[in-house]
Design a protein around this ligand. Structure first.
Ligand code: FAD
Ligand code: GLY
Length: 363
């Protein structure tokens, strides 16, 4: 009997297990190996400002988690001796058409007025920062505080930190159903005072959930190119495509966002669009080798907000539906769920993320 069973060993489940370890005895279960779900596919952008059109609750959640990231990474790296590929070089948002320039300009204006560090740049200033950018530039905004991490390294470090802190991790165990204080894996029943559902896009498959979890997949196709050392330093967003350069020499180019169920294929249309956009951003990348192509399934919800909080079953908590921002939201999710499990009021308002908000359960 453990105090807590966490179902799912992605960035969310591992972060929660690590946060609870030492205060509670924790068992983490994954049906495969840890870190092989959607978290493996992420680009690792930690960029709350670049897609925010107002200061609503979701923006506040993202900002709060972003503010925790320096400490999260520092602690994780010193606990494990791992390098999680943390970059603090900022993000450039570029537009080449009037429509996208208007969107960027509007975001810039409210963010500037609200006191955030966002900088409107000339095309010359962009070329000074990133000399290999060749796309025509209408408007450019630089967000110096935006960061990135290498998700695969992050989940490896989180798994190691969990081991170090005494979390029991059992892989290859597919949870079929949950009930109060119980998790069923085939014929085996595991017991715990608290159960945390952190099984990402597969969360709805668990039977016994109350309320149900309305998470569904949004496929992202993504790829990496091998760039010459230092060719790009900052992340770049252009339309719905982005560059995330890694100090290891990879240039990640993402991503599609498709409503095609659980299909995990890379397609000519998806990769073709990414490769065309990449060469628009910089004609130089046309000569770079393609290192890897892959896909992931974002755990989306009907209102695009995560599902965080107590379910209708005492001791069962949901931490899923992180859609496009699960890597960014891992530290705050871990803090919130840890507070709930320990019977404390979370230090952050979570009403907007309540599992009951979809009106399908008995909460
Ligand atoms: P997962 O990583 O999928 O983990 C869930 C785990 O649960 C899996 O390991 C699975 O095996 C396990 N599991 C499932 N069902 C069961 C079961 N029944 N029993 C036991 N175990 C089970 N986010 C960002 O913040 N920044 C980004 O730049 C970013 N880029 C992205 C780019 C792409 C192309 C995609 C697809 C996503 C991106 N995301 C990004 C989103 C982010 O990847 C997700 O929000 C996040 O990984 C979700 O993490 P998770 O732990 O909830 O899910
Ligand atoms: N947050 C980047 C993506 O979901 O593609």
């Amino acid at each position: 009997m453990h105090d807590v069973i966490v179902i799912g060993g992605g960035v969310i489940g591992l972060s929660i297990a690590r946060e609870l370890a030492g205060r509670k005895s924790v068992l983490l279960l994954d049906r495969g190996s840890t870190g092989q779900g959607t978290s493996r596919a992420a680009a690792g952008m930690l960029t709350p400002l670049s897609e925010a059109d107002d200061q609503g609750p979701f923006f506040q959640l993202c900002r709060a988690s972003h503010a925790m990231y320096d400490g999260f990474v520092q602690d994780l790296q010193s606990e494990t001796g791992s390098d999680v590929g943390y970059s603090t070089d900022g993000l450039l948002c570029l537009s080449s058409s009037e429509d996208s320039a208007n969107v960027i300009q509007r975001r810039y204006e409210w963010q500037k007025n609200a006191g955030f560090d966002v900088q409107l740049l000339s095309a010359d200033a962009v070329h000074e920062m990133e000399p290999l950018v060749t796309v025509p530039i209408c408007t450019a905004v630089f967000i110096p505080g935006d960061r990135s991490v290498t998700p695969r390294r992050l989940v490896n470090a989180l798994r190691e930190a969990c081991f170090n802190r005494g979390v029991e991790i059992r892989t290859g165990l597919h949870v079929d159903s949950i009930a109060r204080n119980q998790v069923r894996v085939g014929k085996m029943i595991l017991e715990a005072a608290n159960i945390v559902i952190a099984s990402g896009v597969w969360s709805p498959e668990l039977s016994g959930l109350d309320p149900p979890i309305p998470v569904y997949p949004r496929k992202g196709q993504i790829l990496s190119l091998g760039m010459p050392a230092g060719a790009f330093r900052r992340m770049i967003r252009w339309g719905s495509s982005y560059f995330v350069p890694r100090s290891s020499g990879e240039l990640v180019v993402g991503a599609t966002n498709e409503d095609v169920g659980f299909d995990l294929s890379n397609t000519p249309a998806g990769l073709g669009r990414l490769l065309m956009d990449a060469q628009q951003i910089s004609s130089h990348v046309g000569a770079y080798p393609i290192l890897e192509t892959w896909t992931g399934l974002r755990p989306a919800t009907p209102d695009e907000l995560p599902i965080l909080g107590p379910s209708a079953i005492p001791g069962v908590y949901y931490a899923t539906g992180h859609y496009r921002n699960g890597v960014l939201l891992a530290p705050i999710t871990a803090a919130i769920v840890s507070d709930l499990v320990r019977g404390r009021k979370p230090g952050f308002a979570i009403d907007a993320y309540a599992p009951s908000r979809f009106g399908m359960g008995h909460v």
